[in-house]
Design a protein around this ligand. Structure first.
Ligand SMILES: Cc1ncc(COP(=O)(O)O)c(C=O)c1O
Length: 427
């Protein structure tokens, strides 16, 4: 069993300088304590205790090509000697944007930001400017960044969130401004959307086209198509937040895999394999509002040269289709192996998603939205994740598994063997 006391000591010492010892609220409260890493390479992390962990966090999703893939690192390293930040354009950003338009169905034009949360803000402004309306619909359990106007009802307590069909928006943090222009709805229910759109005051609808932030839930057959039709009918801008699914679920993201094209798309994470790059991409008629300057979008670090070099290198690799083909085989083997281990151990389970990103839950089948999804046995799953961590396998306690091209068969076998041992000991 691995020991994490070196990490604990470093976090406690670091807390003299860093508030809470961590630099994201989502890193607080990790079991047994937040970890401190000394290096990362391929699919492995090394922590302050010298533990080598097989990593399925992958930086919360970005590292589709694994930690520090040679092609991306080489491109970034070369760019370090050329330019860092020019407060102007480089050819790299045009190349990166062109690659996005070649892969993502809705992407006719692109703008880059440094984080997904920022890119979401551009989408909201654009939707409002395009429609001259103010309200945005978001769904319970979906996460679109931590900013005041959208960090609502991401993980609400259902006992205070009211009626399931007409939820009361629940703030995600103290100190948050009102979400007066936000309408929160249950996902995968077409009737509640139409009821809202009929009022004629909805500028945009934002959703994770596959819900990965609160348990993996796929859109019901026909749901995305119907939302698309309704948005077109009522003149509402459809925004897919593909920060997790983009370039991961398929080369063309969830929209490529599921065949429904939104008006605007938010991209991040796998877009730059670990560099701080996000983007909003979309149809020309909407992106022209940004291009003309009618909708303001700024940022000192937008298209920072090294990040753009990494983005081009990442996208060129993804575009070949080879990373997805590789993970199709290792990821499927992992999904099948996990199902077998759970079945053998009599653990009721459900695995939902794709070889590149999937979700595992215990003791529940077939949830369709946030409220039904949280009936899964999340405590049991978190215990399972903790036991696996002690065996050298780092998985998200919430159920998501991210795969990379760096996970080889031997890593999958080691993972399954650790799963077997943990299940045998009982969870
Ligand atoms: C679906 C989704 N949207 C937006 C964001 C915010 O992106 P960032 O953390 O880059 O601001 C995230 C982050 O996890 C996400 O999962």
């Amino acid at each position: 069993m691995m020991d994490f006391s070196g990490s604990l000591a470093a976090v406690e010492a670091g807390a003299a300088y860093v508030a809470g010892g961590v630099n994201s609220g989502f890193r607080t409260g990790a079991r047994p304590n937040p970890l401190v890493f000394t290096s990362a390479s391929g699919c492995k992390l090394v922590d302050a205790d010298g533990n080598v962990l097989i990593d399925y966090f992958l930086g919360m999703g970005p590292m589709l090509l694994g930690h520090s893939p040679k092609e991306v690192v080489d491109a970034a390293r070369r760019q370090l000697d050329v330019s860092l930040l020019v407060a102007g354009q480089t050819q790299l950003e045009y190349d990166a944007a062109r690659l996005i338009t070649e892969m993502v169905p809705s992407a006719e034009l692109v703008r880059f930001s440094s984080s997904g949360a920022e890119a979401v803000q551009v989408a909201f402004r654009t939707a409002r400017a395009a429609t001259n309306r103010w309200k945005i619909i978001k769904f319970e359990g979906h996460y679109h960044g931590w900013f005041d106007n959208v960090y609502w009802s991401v993980a609400p307590d259902p006992t205070i969130a009211g009626d399931a069909l007409h939820p009361i928006p629940v703030a995600g943090t103290q100190g948050q401004e009102t979400g007066e222009n936000l309408v929160v709805l249950p996902w995968n229910n077409i009737a509640v959307i139409e009821e809202q759109l009929k009022n004629g005051d909805i500028a945009g609808i934002i959703m994770e086209p596959i819900m990965f932030n609160s348990g993996g839930i796929l859109p019901l057959p026909g749901y995305l198509e119907q939302v698309r039709e309704l948005c077109t009918k009522y003149g509402t801008v459809l925004i897919f937040d593909e920060v997790i699914t983009g370039f991961r679920v398929s080369v063309g993201g969830a929209q490529g895999a599921l065949g429904v094209t939104p008006d605007l798309t938010i991209l991040g994470k796998a877009l730059a394999n670990g560099f701080a790059v996000a983007a909003i991409a979309g149809k020309k008629e909407f992106m022209d509002l940004v291009g003309s300057g009618k909708v303001m979008h700024g940022g000192t670090y937008n298209t920072q040269s090294v990040s753009m070099a990494a983005t081009v290198a990442t996208l060129e690799l993804i575009k070949t289709g080879k990373p997805h083909a590789t993970i199709a085989s290792t990821g499927s083997a992992l999904m099948e192996g996990l199902a077998k281990e759970f079945t053998n151990a009599d653990v009721m389970h459900e695995i939902v998603g794709y070889p590149t990103v999937f979700n595992v839950r215990f003791d529940l089948h077939g949830p369709t939205d946030y409220r039904s999804g949280i009936k899964a046995n999340r405590e049991r799953y978190a215990n399972f994740a903790f036991e696996l961590l002690k065996s050298g396998i780092r998985i998200l306690p919430r159920g998501t598994w991210f795969l990379s091209t760096a996970h080889e068969s031997i890593d999958i076998d080691k993972t399954l063997s650790a799963v077997r041992d943990v299940l045998k000991a009982g969870i």
